[in-house]
Design a protein around this ligand. Structure first.
Ligand code: PEP
Length: 259
C-alpha cells in the first residue's frame, strides 16, 4: 500500500484551548493507528499562528503517535519591517517543519501573486522546510477550458527556478477552488487526471528522477476518501473542514485503509 499524507489546514479556526482539546482527542483517536503513523501514514496539522506554539508543545508531550506541525503561511524575509507578517525562524521555533504556500484563499482573497509565492517557496526550501505548494483552477477557468493553462502558469512560475533536488522536497497540493469548503469534491477521475498531469510536468522540469508527492484537496471527508485516495496519482489529502476534529480527520485514512 502506498504512503498516504494526511494534512489538516485549520485556516482561521481553533483558539489555543481548542487546539489543546484537539490534541487530547488526537491521542485517543490515533492509538489504533500507532503502527502506521510516521510510516504508511504521514499526518500533519497546520494551526493558525496564535496556536502554533501550543500545538508544538502538545505534540512534543505526546507519548503515542503524533502529527507533524506546519504553518499556514510565512514571509520570505527572515525579519524586518513587515507589520502583521510571520517569519520562517518564528514558525521553526514552534516546531513547524512544513508550510502551506499559495493556498487559493491567499491567492484570491489576499491577492498573492505567482511571484510572491515563488519567493516564499524558495525561502522555505533554503531553510530546510517543506513547502506544501497549492495550485488549482476556479470554476470559471475550468468551464472555459483554461484549467491546465492556469495551473501550468501557477506551477511553472514557482518551480522553474528550482533544482531537481528542490522539486523533490516540495509536497504539491492540487486544490480546485470550486471544491474548497463547498462540500462538492472533484470526482476521483478529475483529481487523478490533474495529479497525473502535475507529476509529468514536475518530472519534466526536473528532467526526470523526481518522485513528487501530489495531494488532492477540496471537500475531502471519510465518505469520499476511499475513492479519491485509491487513485494511483493521488498521494494523500489536504483537508480543511474535516481536519478540525481529530476523529473526522483520521477517519479519512481509516476509510481508505480499511477499503
Ligand atoms: C483547504 O482549504 O485546503 C480545503 C481543502 O478545505 P475543505 O477540505 O474544507 O474543502
Amino acid at each position: 500500500m502506498k504512503k498516504i499524507r494526511l494534512y489538516g489546514n485549520w485556516k482561521m479556526n481553533m483558539t489555543r484551548g481548542e487546539t489543546l482539546a484537539f490534541f487530547a482527542e488526537f491521542e485517543k483517536s490515533a492509538k489504533p493507528l500507532a503502527a502506521v503513523v510516521g510510516k504508511a501514514l504521514e499526518v500533519a496539522v497546520f494551526p493558525p499562528f496564535t496556536a502554533l506554539w501550543a500545538a508544538g508543545e502538545a505534540i512534543r508531550a505526546m507519548e503515542g503517535p503524533a502529527p507533524l506541525l506546519g504553518a499556514q503561511n510565512v514571509h520570505f524575509e527572515p525579519k524586518g519591517a513587515f507589520t502583521g507578517e510571520v517569519s520562517i525562524p518564528m514558525v521553526e521555533e514552534c516546531g513547524a517543519t512544513h508550510v502551506i504556500i499559495g493556498h487559493s484563499e491567499r491567492r484570491h482573497i489576499f491577492g498573492e501573486s505567482d511571484g510572491l509565492i515563488a519567493q516564499k517557496t524558495k525561502a522555505c526550501l533554503a531553510a530546510g522546510l517543506t513547502p506544501v505548494l497549492c495550485y488549482g483552477e476556479t470554476l470559471e477557468e475550468r468551464e472555459s477550458g483554461r484549467a491546465f493553462e492556469v495551473m501550468g502558469r501557477q506551477l511553472c512560475s514557482a518551480l522553474e527556478p528550482l533544482s531537481a533536488d528542490e522539486l523533490g522536497r516540495i509536497v504539491y497540493a492540487y486544490e480546485p477552488v470550486w471544491a474548497i469548503g463547498t462540500g462538492k469534491s472533484a470526482t476521483a477521475d478529475e483529481a487523478q487526471e490533474v495529479c497525473a498531469w502535475s507529476k509529468e510536468l514536475i518530472a519534466g522540469l526536473a528532467k526526470g528522477g523526481v518522485d513528487a508527492a501530489v495531494l488532492y484537496g477540496g471537500s475531502v471527508k471519510g465518505a469520499n476518501a476511499k475513492e479519491l485516495l485509491s487513485m494511483e496519482a493521488i498521494d494523500g489529502a489536504l483537508v480543511g473542514g474535516a481536519s478540525l476534529k481529530a476523529e473526522s480527520f483520521l477517519e479519512i485514512y481509516t476509510a481508505y485503509a480499511e477499503a
